[in-house]
Design a protein around this ligand. Structure first.
Ligand SMILES: C[S@@+](CC[C@H](N)C(=O)[O-])C[C@H]1O[C@@H](n2cnc3c(N)ncnc32)[C@H](O)[C@@H]1O
Ligand SMILES: [Mg+2]
Length: 946
């Protein structure tokens, strides 16, 4: 609440964006041209010899009558445009300081603005209000030329901002403007007449005849338009219904809307802010009780309370609009715009109303973005960006805030170092596409004191429109990538809001308790009214009562959701193909949801989706759909029904909501589902390994290698197939005896990543790293490990983790021979998947009963390779054979080990490891002559000695 006081002292005026300032000065003469730029950038890793293509960037050229400027490059088009506008403003020396007028000045400006609006000059411009003034000139009798004050209040932004300067409460009660306009108009009594009875203003002297005549001739061609609109009755017992407005262009359309609401003319009509998109003309038209309107026109201070008259508030419409709406309301998209002199209109259907309503909840925004309203759900977990379908959590959160007229959410980052020596503290795993977050727990290798790596924590603040802090979410989880941190925290906030909105029948205390579990702190005493009713906290008690009414009316259906749903008469047809979804996989289904009424012999299809993909295990679809899909194999089709009736959801999805609502009311109405499983994308190997092993298998492999290296007292190391350099980076965290490390790989992408990771560690954090590592030089080479690179002969130790299965089998054998005969390290560590272990990893793919029926051999045959890039996967016997033969050929000894699982328990280790050791000295052997062949150096680091 302190912020509010602070704000009262500092009147808040949104500062204009550079583009808005340019528009203000040049209008349509300003021309923005945005071009795409591909930039080669080398910022992150000096010395890397692979050119790095940056993300797609944009540059904007702004052409103005006097000059043309070019922006820098930006990730977003709009940023490039704003930057170009900013440069132009600076070059032209345009003054950008907008000083708020004092309340006194605002009063005077208000009078002047009203005077201008009724001038002849104004009538000829392209302001939306001109359309209204022209149309009111066609009104009959003493209403001719009378412009409703409510129209002035909503269609002229300048009047609104001036009134806000006079009284900031206008923000929370926009109808207060009516009082201020009335008061200001009183100063113009010689020129304008106000009518308290009709709540309108007109000119005393008529407009010149020639102007009037030309206006009257304008609309001869179009006679009558028909516009679909929606009625939201004030009584929650009455349903939302479709209405049709027939508007003759000889009449004023607000009068016609008034007829629809049961009134003679626009006198009692109030108009809401525009709803939906910022540019939309969709508004609510409604009536206020007479005494209240009279108050609005006269009594200023008391006028503030008038609209809160109990009993007259339309709770559904108020929630929908985020402002007080009284009486019955018509939702219509109609009005005058700057673009044309003709009236603009669009149909608003009941379906659209429900879709807009759905779009006010985080789950709804997600459903709408996936266009799968009846099936998709806001997932409870963010695993990878690649698996997330629909709008991303951060974008949904921003949309939610805009919907509820809150300020844009504020994200802040706290980079922090984590020491892997900490015992007992466990950082949550962020299953990002690169699986980069570390579990700190369970590190079995002796860790140095200072092995730090940088992580990001993201914090989110939700603020009311006036800047009051409403909610703070600051989870403890750290992520290696900023983007993962943002998406995960955003999802946390969204999940809580979604849960809360779905079960608002919860008492307030429980709200606080659940927030705690989500690392959320609530600051506003009245979060319900801030978010739900879009109101200021002033009328808290009243809003709470209203919200309860709203909850009763709108959210009761979601109770069904909470109580769960029963799948009835499930039939799965088609032959069992053996390919089934498992946790983490991405099944792709074709589905249709229909509404069936047996007694009427009707089946109405509500929603169809041809290729709908979702991630299993994160709650991305309604639970019973996932349950059914988990029982299917690719190629099969499932049929079932439920009695789940959520009229709101169905109304948002069905094309013909009116027919659908009537069907839903029949007693024997059922929801029928038809689902075919088209294909299943397997979860990537790394994610599977992460889900099943703690620490993740990749980490266990690295730890195993580190342990061997520590024991070996080696001073030189080659990592064959180093990929993104995870082992090399890890080795910098330990006090090994290594002085020289090299990595070889054929993938430029992998090598670039490795270079960046190592560069950031060795150059950026050199002081910290230098304290314990003895490593003096690190080199990355590009080349195939089946070729001998003469630079690397005689290194002490070679590592080759999860590489050989990525080559053809004969190439893997070649690698073995080349390494042991030419490189001849003292120790060679080779790891590769144990194919037999796939039975465990892929267990969830077949139902338990079936597994019992199948013998082990058949079960193994049904297993797939862990990764689509694997050319082979060996059983323990095959690996042992390969390694033993290889060792024998080159006079090495070999031992077998592994990580994940155990040697003594079937089916052995998940990753099998061979340790080749040479106990004879290299000098004893005459070096074989080999053709000189050099790998290309990609990146190099050498410790600078003082
Ligand atoms: C699964 S990754 C393993 C990376 C790394 N060893 C690790 O454990 O994180 C396999 C790596 O082997 C590399 N690779 C495959 N065939 C290769 C070859 N013939 N020569 C060099 N590298 C190869 C790939 O480019 C890829 O980086
Ligand atoms: Mg592999």
């Amino acid at each position: 609440m302190e912020t509010r006081e602070h704000l009262d002292v500092l009147p808040k005026k949104p500062t204009l964006t550079p583009k808005a300032i340019i528009h203000h000065n040049f209008g349509i003469k300003a021309c923005y041209v945005v071009e795409e730029v591909k930039e080669v950038h080398q910022i992150k890793c000096p010395g890397l010899s692979i050119p790095q293509m940056g993300p797609c960037l944009y540059r904007c050229t702004l052409q103005l009558p006097e000059l043309s400027v070019i922006s820098g490059t930006f990730k977003k088009k709009k940023d490039a445009e704003q930057s170009a506008a900013e440069i132009a403003i600076e070059k032209l020396g345009i003054c950008t300081e907008t000083v708020d007028p004092t309340p006194q000045e605002a009063q005077e400006n208000l009078v002047a603005r009203i005077c201008y609006i009724f001038s002849e000059k104004f009538l000829l411009c392209d302001h939306p209000l001109c359309g209204h003034i022209r149309a009111t000139l066609r009104r009959k009798g003493d209403l001719c030329g009378s412009v409703p004050i409510s129209v002035l209040a909503v269609y002229d932004v300048k009047l609104l901002s001036l009134c806000k300067c006079i009284d900031p409460d206008v923000e929370s009660n926009p109808f207060l403007i009516i009082s201020y306009i009335m008061r200001a108009t009183a100063n113009l009594y010689q020129y304008l007449a106000t009518s308290e009875r009709h709540l309108c203003i007109r000119r005393l002297s008529p407009y010149p005849q020639d102007i009037l005549e030309s206006l009257m001739n304008e609309h001869d061609s179009q006679e009558c338009i028909t516009v679909a609109a929606v009625r939201i009755p004030s009584s929650v017992e009455q349903s939302i219904e479709q209405v049709t407005l027939h508007i003759s262009l000889k009449e004023y359309y607000i009068d016609i809307i008034a007829h629809e609401l049961g009134f003679e003319d626009a006198t009692n009509i109030l108009i809401s802010r525009n709803l939906g998109k910022a540019s939309s003309e969709t508004r609510l038209f409604f009536t206020a009780p007479k005494p209240c309107l009279r108050d609005l026109s006269s009594k200023l201070p008391n006028g503030k309370e008038t609209l809160y008259l109990m009993g007259s508030v339309n709770v559904r419409a108020s929630y929908f609009a985020g402002q007080d709406i009284t009486g019955d309301a018509i939702l219509a998209s109609i009005g005058y715009t700057r673009k044309s002199r003709d009236i603009f209109y669009e149909d608003v259907t009941v379906r659209l109303y429900y879709r807009m309503l759905l779009g006010k909840t985080p789950g709804g925004i997600y459903k709408l973005s996936r266009e799968a309203i009846l099936v998709s759900e806001l997932p409870s977990r963010f695993t990878t960006r690649a698996n997330w379908r629909g709008s991303l959590p951060r974008d949904i959160l921003c949309m939610f805030c805009r919907q509820h007229r809150l300020s844009e959410p504020r994200f802040s980052f706290h980079p922090f170092k984590t020491s892997s020596g900490l015992s007992g503290s466990c950082l949550k795993v962020a299953e990002s596409d690169e699986n980069v977050i570390e579990h700190v727990n369970g590190v079995s290798v002796t860790s140095p004191k200072n092995s730090d790596s940088e992580l990001f924590k993201c914090e989110i603040k939700l603020l009311s429109r006036c800047g009051d802090l409403i909610l703070l979410c600051s989870p403890k989880d750290g992520y290696k990538k900023q983007n993962d941190a943002i998406q995960n925290v955003s999802l946390k906030v969204l999940s809580w809001l979604n849960m809360w909105l779905k079960s608002m029948i919860l008492p307030f205390e429980q709200l606080y308790e659940t927030a705690d579990d989500f690392n959320i702190q609530i600051f506003s005493n009245n979060i319900i009214s801030e978010i739900l009713a879009g109101q200021s906290a002033q009328n808290g008690e009243l809003n709470a009562i209203r919200c309860n009414k709203l909850v009763e009316s709108t959210y009761m259906n979601s109770l069904d959701d909470i109580l769960g749903n029963v799948v009835q008469s499930l039939k799965i047809e088609g032959p069992y193909s053996g390919v089934r979804p498992c946790n983490g996989s991405l099944p792709c289904i074709r589905y249709s949801v229909s509404l069936a009424v047996e007694s009427q012999n009707v089946k109405e299809v509500i929603e169809v989706y041809d290729e709908f993909e979702f991630e299993v295990g994160v709650g991305a679809v309604v639970s019973y759909i996932e349950e059914v899909v988990m029982q299917m194999s690719v190629g099969q089709c499932a049929y079932f029904s439920t009695n789940f009736l959520a009229p709101d959801l169905f109304s948002a999805s069905a094309g013909d909501s009116v027919k659908m609502l009537s069907l839903l009311s029949s007693k024997d109405c059922r929801i029928e589902y038809e689902i075919s499983l088209i294909k299943v994308a397997e979860p990537p190997e790394e994610r599977m390994e992460q889900a099943l092993f703690s620490p993740p298998l990749s980490k266990q492999r690295v730890e195993f290698a580190v342990q061997q290296i520590l024991e070996s007292h080696a001073t030189t190391l080659i990592d064959f197939g180093c990929g993104s350099g995870s082992l090399l980076e890890a080795l910098l965290n330990y006090p090994t005896s290594l002085e020289k490390m090299a990595g070889v790989d054929i993938s430029q992408k992998g090598l670039s990543r490795a270079a960046k990771v190592l560069n950031s560690k060795l150059v950026t954090n050199s002081d910290a790293v230098g304290q314990w590592t003895s490593v003096q030089s690190v080199i990355l080479y590009e080349g195939s490990i089946t070729n001998f690179g003469s630079q690397l002969q005689g290194f002490d130790i070679g590592t080759c983790l999860e590489v050989i299965e990525h080559m053809e089998e004969d190439q893997a054998c070649l690698f073995g021979d080349v390494t042991l005969s030419f490189f001849r390290p003292r120790i060679l560590i080779v790891s590769t998947p144990n194919f037999e272990y796939n039975v465990v990893l892929q267990k969830s793919n077949s139902p338990a009963q079936e597994q019992e029926e199948l013998d082990e051999k058949t079960l193994l045959q049904s297993c797939k390779f862990r990764n689509h890039d694997h050319k082979f996967e060996w059983t323990r016997a095959q690996f042992t054979q390969w390694a033993s033969d290889l060792a024998a050929r080159h006079n090495y000894k070999v031992e077998f080990s592994g990580v994940g699982g155990s040697a003594d328990v079937e089916p052995g280790y998940a990753s099998q490891i061979a340790l080749f050791k040479r106990d004879w000295k290299l000098e004893d052997d005459v070096l074989k002559r080999v053709d000189e062949h050099h790998y290309n150096v990609i990146w190099e680091w050498n410790c600078k000695k003082e």
